[in-house]
Design a binder for this molecule. Structure first.
Ligand SMILES: Cc1cc2nc3c(=O)[nH]c(=O)nc-3n(C[C@H](O)[C@H](O)[C@H](O)COP(=O)(O)OP(=O)(O)OC[C@H]3O[C@@H](n4cnc5c(N)ncnc54)[C@H](O)[C@@H]3O)c2cc1C
Length: 249
Protein backbone atom coordinates (compact mmCIF):
# COMPACT_ATOMS: atom_id res chain seq x y z
CA UNK A 1 0.00 0.00 0.00
CA UNK A 2 1.93 3.01 -1.26
CA UNK A 3 2.99 5.38 1.54
CA UNK A 4 0.66 3.66 3.99
CA UNK A 5 2.07 1.47 6.70
CA UNK A 6 -0.50 -1.21 7.58
CA UNK A 7 0.48 -3.00 10.77
CA UNK A 8 -1.17 -6.00 12.33
CA UNK A 9 -1.13 -5.52 16.10
CA UNK A 10 -0.04 -8.24 18.48
CA UNK A 11 -0.81 -7.27 22.03
CA UNK A 12 -1.37 -8.75 25.45
CA UNK A 13 -4.21 -6.48 26.45
CA UNK A 14 -2.12 -3.55 27.78
CA UNK A 15 -1.41 -0.31 25.94
CA UNK A 16 2.13 0.88 26.76
CA UNK A 17 2.90 4.46 27.81
CA UNK A 18 4.29 6.33 25.96
CA UNK A 19 2.72 4.86 22.84
CA UNK A 20 5.20 3.96 20.08
CA UNK A 21 5.95 6.59 17.44
CA UNK A 22 4.58 5.67 14.04
CA UNK A 23 4.96 6.84 10.43
CA UNK A 24 2.68 9.69 9.30
CA UNK A 25 0.28 7.42 7.40
CA UNK A 26 -0.27 4.32 9.51
CA UNK A 27 -3.21 2.00 9.99
CA UNK A 28 -3.08 -0.29 13.01
CA UNK A 29 -5.20 -3.42 12.60
CA UNK A 30 -6.18 -4.93 15.95
CA UNK A 31 -7.61 -8.44 16.23
CA UNK A 32 -11.42 -8.48 15.88
CA UNK A 33 -12.26 -9.86 19.29
CA UNK A 34 -13.40 -8.28 22.53
CA UNK A 35 -9.86 -7.37 23.69
CA UNK A 36 -8.74 -6.10 20.26
CA UNK A 37 -11.85 -3.97 19.84
CA UNK A 38 -11.50 -2.43 23.27
CA UNK A 39 -7.81 -1.67 22.70
CA UNK A 40 -8.47 -0.18 19.25
CA UNK A 41 -11.08 2.11 20.84
CA UNK A 42 -8.74 3.12 23.67
CA UNK A 43 -5.84 3.68 21.27
CA UNK A 44 -8.05 5.88 19.08
CA UNK A 45 -9.12 8.00 22.07
CA UNK A 46 -5.53 8.33 23.37
CA UNK A 47 -3.98 9.29 20.03
CA UNK A 48 -6.86 10.87 18.08
CA UNK A 49 -6.53 8.15 15.44
CA UNK A 50 -9.48 7.73 13.08
CA UNK A 51 -11.45 4.61 14.13
CA UNK A 52 -12.69 2.54 11.19
CA UNK A 53 -14.36 -0.33 13.04
CA UNK A 54 -14.24 -3.91 11.77
CA UNK A 55 -12.92 -3.89 8.22
CA UNK A 56 -12.96 -6.56 5.51
CA UNK A 57 -10.68 -5.04 2.87
CA UNK A 58 -8.29 -2.23 2.01
CA UNK A 59 -7.06 -0.40 -1.09
CA UNK A 60 -5.25 2.87 -1.71
CA UNK A 61 -6.64 5.54 -4.02
CA UNK A 62 -4.46 8.56 -4.76
CA UNK A 63 -2.76 8.40 -1.37
CA UNK A 64 -6.02 7.96 0.55
CA UNK A 65 -6.79 4.67 2.19
CA UNK A 66 -10.13 3.07 1.28
CA UNK A 67 -11.36 0.63 3.91
CA UNK A 68 -14.36 -1.61 3.32
CA UNK A 69 -16.69 -2.65 6.10
CA UNK A 70 -20.21 -3.99 6.35
CA UNK A 71 -23.00 -2.20 8.12
CA UNK A 72 -26.64 -2.66 9.12
CA UNK A 73 -26.18 -6.40 9.71
CA UNK A 74 -24.52 -6.87 6.35
CA UNK A 75 -27.23 -5.06 4.34
CA UNK A 76 -24.81 -2.29 3.38
CA UNK A 77 -21.18 -2.38 2.35
CA UNK A 78 -19.38 0.86 3.22
CA UNK A 79 -16.22 2.28 1.69
CA UNK A 80 -14.49 4.61 4.12
CA UNK A 81 -11.94 7.04 2.67
CA UNK A 82 -9.16 8.08 5.04
CA UNK A 83 -6.63 10.83 4.30
CA UNK A 84 -3.00 10.11 5.31
CA UNK A 85 -2.73 10.11 9.11
CA UNK A 86 -3.15 7.68 11.96
CA UNK A 87 -6.09 5.24 11.83
CA UNK A 88 -7.15 2.11 13.70
CA UNK A 89 -9.35 -0.80 12.69
CA UNK A 90 -10.11 -4.33 13.74
CA UNK A 91 -10.19 -7.35 11.47
CA UNK A 92 -10.52 -11.12 11.56
CA UNK A 93 -7.88 -11.32 8.83
CA UNK A 94 -4.49 -9.68 8.67
CA UNK A 95 -3.46 -10.74 5.16
CA UNK A 96 -3.58 -7.15 3.94
CA UNK A 97 -1.11 -6.01 6.61
CA UNK A 98 2.44 -5.30 5.52
CA UNK A 99 4.04 -5.72 8.94
CA UNK A 100 3.29 -6.20 12.58
CA UNK A 101 3.63 -4.21 15.77
CA UNK A 102 3.87 -5.59 19.26
CA UNK A 103 2.09 -3.51 21.90
CA UNK A 104 2.53 -4.09 25.58
CA UNK A 105 5.12 -6.03 27.53
CA UNK A 106 4.15 -9.70 27.63
CA UNK A 107 2.94 -10.70 31.08
CA UNK A 108 4.26 -14.23 31.73
CA UNK A 109 1.17 -15.00 33.82
CA UNK A 110 -1.26 -14.18 31.03
CA UNK A 111 0.06 -14.16 27.50
CA UNK A 112 -2.68 -13.87 24.92
CA UNK A 113 -1.87 -14.31 21.27
CA UNK A 114 -4.25 -13.20 18.59
CA UNK A 115 -4.89 -14.41 15.09
CA UNK A 116 -7.81 -15.37 12.91
CA UNK A 117 -10.38 -17.65 14.60
CA UNK A 118 -9.23 -21.27 14.34
CA UNK A 119 -10.78 -22.90 11.32
CA UNK A 120 -11.78 -26.45 12.25
CA UNK A 121 -15.03 -26.77 10.36
CA UNK A 122 -14.07 -29.21 7.58
CA UNK A 123 -13.53 -28.65 3.87
CA UNK A 124 -16.39 -26.41 2.72
CA UNK A 125 -15.63 -26.55 -0.99
CA UNK A 126 -15.96 -30.32 -1.36
CA UNK A 127 -18.34 -31.20 1.50
CA UNK A 128 -21.44 -33.27 0.65
CA UNK A 129 -23.15 -31.98 3.79
CA UNK A 130 -22.83 -28.35 4.89
CA UNK A 131 -24.24 -27.04 8.14
CA UNK A 132 -24.67 -23.29 7.92
CA UNK A 133 -25.08 -21.16 11.03
CA UNK A 134 -26.67 -17.71 11.08
CA UNK A 135 -27.22 -14.72 13.29
CA UNK A 136 -29.75 -16.63 15.41
CA UNK A 137 -26.93 -18.65 16.99
CA UNK A 138 -24.31 -18.06 19.66
CA UNK A 139 -20.86 -19.54 20.36
CA UNK A 140 -22.33 -22.60 22.08
CA UNK A 141 -24.60 -23.35 19.12
CA UNK A 142 -21.65 -22.95 16.72
CA UNK A 143 -19.66 -25.43 18.82
CA UNK A 144 -22.56 -27.87 18.33
CA UNK A 145 -22.42 -27.24 14.57
CA UNK A 146 -18.71 -28.20 14.62
CA UNK A 147 -19.55 -31.45 16.46
CA UNK A 148 -22.46 -32.29 14.20
CA UNK A 149 -20.35 -31.62 11.09
CA UNK A 150 -17.62 -33.88 12.44
CA UNK A 151 -20.13 -36.62 13.24
CA UNK A 152 -21.70 -36.42 9.77
CA UNK A 153 -18.44 -35.92 7.87
CA UNK A 154 -19.62 -32.49 6.74
CA UNK A 155 -18.39 -28.91 6.99
CA UNK A 156 -19.57 -25.78 8.78
CA UNK A 157 -20.56 -22.63 6.89
CA UNK A 158 -21.80 -19.29 8.22
CA UNK A 159 -23.82 -16.27 7.18
CA UNK A 160 -22.19 -12.87 6.93
CA UNK A 161 -23.79 -11.57 10.17
CA UNK A 162 -22.54 -14.67 12.01
CA UNK A 163 -19.03 -13.90 10.75
CA UNK A 164 -19.45 -10.23 11.69
CA UNK A 165 -20.40 -11.32 15.20
CA UNK A 166 -17.15 -13.29 15.45
CA UNK A 167 -18.99 -16.64 15.62
CA UNK A 168 -17.07 -18.10 12.68
CA UNK A 169 -13.94 -17.17 10.73
CA UNK A 170 -14.46 -15.30 7.47
CA UNK A 171 -13.17 -18.36 5.59
CA UNK A 172 -16.51 -20.00 6.52
CA UNK A 173 -18.73 -17.30 5.02
CA UNK A 174 -21.09 -18.63 2.37
CA UNK A 175 -22.87 -16.35 -0.08
CA UNK A 176 -22.66 -13.58 -2.61
CA UNK A 177 -19.59 -12.07 -0.96
CA UNK A 178 -18.34 -15.35 0.52
CA UNK A 179 -17.69 -18.89 -0.68
CA UNK A 180 -19.70 -21.02 -3.07
CA UNK A 181 -20.63 -24.45 -1.74
CA UNK A 182 -22.27 -27.28 -3.60
CA UNK A 183 -23.37 -29.92 -1.07
CA UNK A 184 -26.10 -32.52 -1.44
CA UNK A 185 -27.61 -31.37 1.86
CA UNK A 186 -27.47 -27.88 3.33
CA UNK A 187 -28.68 -27.67 6.92
CA UNK A 188 -29.46 -23.98 7.56
CA UNK A 189 -29.58 -23.20 11.27
CA UNK A 190 -30.67 -19.84 12.70
CA UNK A 191 -30.64 -18.08 9.34
CA UNK A 192 -33.58 -16.37 7.67
CA UNK A 193 -32.95 -17.45 4.05
CA UNK A 194 -31.71 -14.36 2.23
CA UNK A 195 -30.84 -14.38 -1.50
CA UNK A 196 -27.36 -13.02 -0.67
CA UNK A 197 -26.64 -16.10 1.43
CA UNK A 198 -28.21 -18.68 -0.87
CA UNK A 199 -26.40 -17.22 -3.89
CA UNK A 200 -23.49 -19.19 -2.45
CA UNK A 201 -25.33 -22.53 -2.24
CA UNK A 202 -25.50 -24.77 -5.34
CA UNK A 203 -28.91 -25.54 -6.88
CA UNK A 204 -28.63 -29.29 -6.21
CA UNK A 205 -28.58 -28.78 -2.42
CA UNK A 206 -31.57 -30.12 -0.52
CA UNK A 207 -32.21 -27.57 2.19
CA UNK A 208 -33.24 -28.42 5.73
CA UNK A 209 -33.97 -25.43 7.96
CA UNK A 210 -34.06 -24.93 11.70
CA UNK A 211 -35.50 -21.59 12.74
CA UNK A 212 -37.38 -20.39 15.80
CA UNK A 213 -39.68 -18.23 13.64
CA UNK A 214 -42.22 -20.33 11.73
CA UNK A 215 -42.76 -17.35 9.39
CA UNK A 216 -39.06 -17.15 8.44
CA UNK A 217 -38.64 -16.88 4.63
CA UNK A 218 -36.39 -19.96 4.59
CA UNK A 219 -39.38 -22.21 5.23
CA UNK A 220 -40.78 -21.14 1.84
CA UNK A 221 -38.00 -22.96 -0.03
CA UNK A 222 -36.57 -25.49 2.44
CA UNK A 223 -37.51 -29.12 1.69
CA UNK A 224 -37.82 -29.89 5.35
CA UNK A 225 -37.97 -27.64 8.36
CA UNK A 226 -37.95 -27.61 12.11
CA UNK A 227 -39.56 -24.64 13.86
CA UNK A 228 -37.70 -24.46 17.14
CA UNK A 229 -34.97 -22.97 19.25
CA UNK A 230 -31.49 -23.98 18.07
CA UNK A 231 -30.16 -23.80 21.64
CA UNK A 232 -32.61 -26.57 22.60
CA UNK A 233 -32.50 -28.65 19.42
CA UNK A 234 -28.76 -28.74 18.62
CA UNK A 235 -27.68 -30.46 21.89
CA UNK A 236 -30.40 -33.11 21.30
CA UNK A 237 -29.12 -33.69 17.77
CA UNK A 238 -25.50 -33.91 18.97
CA UNK A 239 -26.53 -36.48 21.62
CA UNK A 240 -28.57 -38.51 19.13
CA UNK A 241 -25.65 -38.61 16.68
CA UNK A 242 -23.22 -39.58 19.47
CA UNK A 243 -25.56 -42.42 20.49
CA UNK A 244 -25.70 -43.64 16.88
CA UNK A 245 -21.92 -43.41 16.66
CA UNK A 246 -21.63 -45.46 19.89
CA UNK A 247 -23.96 -48.16 18.52
CA UNK A 248 -22.02 -48.54 15.30
CA UNK A 249 -18.72 -49.19 17.17
C1 LIG B 1 -23.72 -6.65 -1.04
C2 LIG B 1 -24.11 -7.64 0.02
C3 LIG B 1 -23.47 -8.84 0.06
C4 LIG B 1 -23.86 -9.79 1.02
N1 LIG B 1 -23.20 -10.99 1.05
C5 LIG B 1 -23.62 -11.93 1.93
C6 LIG B 1 -23.01 -13.22 1.96
O1 LIG B 1 -22.08 -13.52 1.22
N2 LIG B 1 -23.47 -14.12 2.86
C7 LIG B 1 -24.48 -13.85 3.75
O2 LIG B 1 -24.85 -14.73 4.55
N3 LIG B 1 -25.05 -12.62 3.75
C8 LIG B 1 -24.64 -11.67 2.88
N4 LIG B 1 -25.22 -10.44 2.91
C9 LIG B 1 -26.12 -10.13 4.03
C10 LIG B 1 -27.57 -10.58 3.79
O3 LIG B 1 -28.29 -9.53 3.16
C11 LIG B 1 -28.26 -10.90 5.13
O4 LIG B 1 -28.12 -9.82 6.04
C12 LIG B 1 -27.72 -12.15 5.79
O5 LIG B 1 -27.61 -13.21 4.86
C13 LIG B 1 -28.65 -12.58 6.91
O6 LIG B 1 -27.99 -13.52 7.68
P1 LIG B 1 -28.78 -14.43 8.71
O7 LIG B 1 -29.81 -15.22 7.99
O8 LIG B 1 -27.78 -15.16 9.52
O9 LIG B 1 -29.43 -13.35 9.68
P2 LIG B 1 -30.93 -12.90 9.85
O10 LIG B 1 -31.55 -12.52 8.56
O11 LIG B 1 -30.95 -11.90 10.95
O12 LIG B 1 -31.69 -14.22 10.36
C14 LIG B 1 -31.48 -14.77 11.63
C15 LIG B 1 -32.53 -15.85 11.79
O13 LIG B 1 -32.27 -16.58 12.99
C16 LIG B 1 -33.52 -16.95 13.55
N5 LIG B 1 -33.29 -17.21 14.95
C17 LIG B 1 -33.09 -16.31 15.95
N6 LIG B 1 -32.87 -16.94 17.12
C18 LIG B 1 -32.95 -18.27 16.86
C19 LIG B 1 -32.82 -19.43 17.66
N7 LIG B 1 -32.58 -19.36 18.98
N8 LIG B 1 -32.98 -20.65 17.07
C20 LIG B 1 -33.24 -20.76 15.75
N9 LIG B 1 -33.37 -19.68 14.94
C21 LIG B 1 -33.20 -18.45 15.48
C22 LIG B 1 -34.42 -15.75 13.29
O14 LIG B 1 -35.79 -16.14 13.32
C23 LIG B 1 -33.97 -15.30 11.90
O15 LIG B 1 -34.78 -15.88 10.89
C24 LIG B 1 -24.87 -9.49 1.96
C25 LIG B 1 -25.50 -8.25 1.89
C26 LIG B 1 -25.13 -7.34 0.93
C27 LIG B 1 -25.84 -6.02 0.89
Amino acid sequence: MSNWQILSVQCDGILPTPLPKLAAATLLVFPANSVGEELAGRYSVQTGAVALGRITGLTVDGGDLIATRSSHGGHLSLELRVAPGLAVATSLESQFCTGSLSLGAPDPRLLLTFGPLPDQGGNLGSARIVIGGGRGLDEVCFAHLDNIARQLGGAVGASLPAVDLGLAPVSRQVGQSGKFVNPEIYFAVGMSGTPQHFAGVGARARIIALNSDREAPIFKFAEAGIAGDAATFLPLLTDALSALEGQSK
